[in-house]
Unconditional design. Sequence first.
Length: 78
Amino acid sequence: MSVVSYALHAVDKSRAERGEWRISERALYITVLLGGLIGAYAAQQRYHHKTRKLSYQIVFWAIVALHDAFWVHWLITR
């Protein structure tokens, strides 16, 4: 999923630069939620995409926190 998330972020950045139709933030969030955290973060850093948009970053990091909480809970209760 990280590969998919990375690719979608890269394509969205490219389309933004060309003024073309964009990939929705909802679609980007879904890939992050489904496990594409590392790919999304890598694409953000590589392409400087969505790094200054506070509303995007708040949701992105909330999803990261949700994933962390889930995995910590899963490890503790096993």
